[in-house]
Write a protein that binds this ligand. Structure first.
Ligand code: SF4
Ligand code: SF4
Length: 142
């Protein structure tokens, strides 16, 4: 089992600070990997990251919703979307995303593809190498 970061992630970075096994990594480059990702082979399922996420983006793998019902106003962030979002992360660093969509109340979204996206990021994507990039250092506030 593992926990999974879904497309509701807006790169706040707060989850990284609480993970006891340091298995949460920012997606880099951001235009190809717009969220943060959890390494399923290292996650110990402690659940500490869940309340640390201001966007409720993290779920135990078996609870990732196939039909997430939007409250309205929240964003999903996926390659191929074209909306714009600006905010600040856990460290007060500006976050700009151009791969988002703001959801309407009652709109449903299948978040289960994000299970494979988290695994793939570590299997064939940048994985932990992302931590050593300038982009990741900037997200941590330098
Ligand atoms: S705390 Fe939530 S929004 Fe922030 S990086 Fe983690 S999953 Fe993404
Ligand atoms: S469940 Fe625990 S070990 Fe897994 S990513 Fe979250 S904080 Fe880290």
């Amino acid at each position: 089992m593992t926990h999974v970061i879904t497309s509701l992630c807006l790169r706040d970075g707060g989850c990284v600070e609480v993970c006891p096994v340091e298995c949460i990594v920012p997606g880099v480059p951001q235009d190809q990997y717009p969220t943060y990702y959890i390494d399923p082979d290292t996650c110990i399922d402690c659940g500490a990251c869940v309340p640390a996420c201001p966007y409720n983006a993290i779920f135990p793998e078996h609870d990732v919703p196939s039909a997430y019902v939007a409250k309205g106003g929240e964003y999903i962030s996926r390659v191929g979307l074209t909306g714009h979002y600006e905010g600040t992360n856990h460290h007060g660093v500006k976050v700009v995303l151009n791969t988002v969509k703001q959801l309407e109340p009652g709109e449903t979204v299948d978040l289960t593809p994000d299970i494979e996206a988290n695994a793939e990021y570590f299997r064939s994507g940048p994985g932990y190498k992302a931590n050593d990039t300038d982009e990741a250092r900037a997200a941590r506030g330098g």
